[in-house]
Design a protein around this ligand. Structure first.
Ligand code: GLA
Length: 347
């Protein structure tokens, strides 16, 4: 048996500072990568017809044939369930050799820190994906869509491949452009707090929200070019509220980027509060546990703003706080003080 060289790759998780449910409408978002992440290794064995995969987070290993079709229905049959992401990455990267893959991660699953996208990107790199940057992000976005059967956006994968230490990123999800903004880490702290509620995108109304936004765009054109006044003219009150979230959130992202650059942190914090209100009321992607957590965080001294982060329906809240004030208040509640990390890489 001849074996090739073992390849190891790392992909960080990401936290979205502001700009949720804007990416799949070609809008703006401002994430940063975090220190936590996923490592994938691959030991090729050219005589093997499949990839055998284990994960530090999962008991049951998976086995993905190299010929697995790039079809959501076929991928939905893969068991154990977590290996569907592996199947989808194999289907889009098409490695020429089978072998053994190992995944290990310190990212909480389903908490809104993009554990699935980190797995996709780390594994794609370990399996020999040749693309880099935005092409790699697009390949992994396809894997996510195949694995979940949901038309998820580019935010997570683009953030993960683009991360730069010390910086957040203003993502233009229409052009896939990235502008780096330095985070003044001596003046602020980002703290991610777990609501304890877990949902995967396939079990939520994510797909419905995507369809509602597509309907708004059918009526008014690309939402990034739409004004609040045009939104007010939408007759259907549900579509109007969905569009109002997207249009106002895009404006908040652009304003937030400027405030972060100028270290106008009180103002930036207020935008996080507004973002949460918009996601909860107009976009309806919050849950009572998250609303309660966010309201509590917003009331703490030294907290400048807080919001749900990521897809919602559970997962985490993000607080922008003065350094060191929040840790002791959180006690045993699961939380992470996150600093902007680097991007995905082969090790
Ligand atoms: C999930 C999706 C992203 C994005 C966020 C919400 O993380 O994977 O594409 O839509 O939800 O902003």
């Amino acid at each position: 048996m001849s074996t090739g060289e073992r390849v190891v790759a790392f992909a960080p998780g990401r936290v979205n500072l502001i700009g949720d449910h804007t990416d799949y409408t070609g809008g703006f978002a401002m994430p940063m990568t975090v220190g936590l992440g996923t490592e994938a290794s691959f030991q090729p064995d050219p005589s093997a017809p499949a990839i055998e995969v284990t994960s530090s987070l999962e008991g049951e290993p998976g086995r993905i044939p190299l010929s697995i079709p790039a079809q959501p229905l076929e991928l939905a049959m893969v068991l154990p369930e977590w290996a569907r992401y592996v199947g989808a990455v194999v289907a889009v990267v098409r490695p020429t050799s089978g072998g053994k893959a190992e995944v290990s991660s310190d990212l909480p699953v389903g908490a809104g820190l993009s554990s699935s996208a980190a797995l996709e990107v780390a594994l794609a790199l370990a399996l020999g994906a040749e693309e880099t940057g935005r092409e790699l992000a697009l390949t992994c976005q396809r894997a996510e869509q195949l694995a979940t059967g949901v038309k998820t956006g580019i935010l997570d994968q683009l953030a993960i491949v683009s991360g730069r230490a010390g910086h957040a990123m203003l993502l233009d999800c229409g052009t896939l452009g990235v502008r780096y903004v330095e985070v003044p880490t001596d003046e602020l702290e980002f703290v991610v707090v777990d609501s304890g509620v877990r949902r995967s995108v396939s079990e939520t109304a994510y797909g419905l929200r995507e369809a509602e936004c597509a309907e708004a765009a059918r009526l008014l054109g690309p939402l990034r070019h739409v004004s609040p006044r045009q939104v007010d003219g939408i007759a259907d009150h549900v579509i109007r509220r969905r569009a109002r979230h997207v249009v106002s959130e895009n404006a908040r992202v652009l304003a937030f980027a400027g405030m972060l650059e100028r270290a106008e942190l009180e103002e930036a914090g207020r935008l996080l509060d507004e973002s949460h209100r918009s996601l909860a009321i107009d976009f309806e992607v919050s849950v009572p546990e998250l609303d309660e957590l966010v309201t509590w965080l917003q009331g703490l001294p030294g907290v400048l703003g807080a919001r749900l982060t990521g897809a919602g329906f559970g997962g985490c809240a993000l607080a922008l706080a003065r350094p060191g004030v929040l840790g002791r208040r959180l006690g045993t509640r699961r939380h992470w003080v996150v600093a902007p990390g680097g991007g995905a890489r082969r090790c």
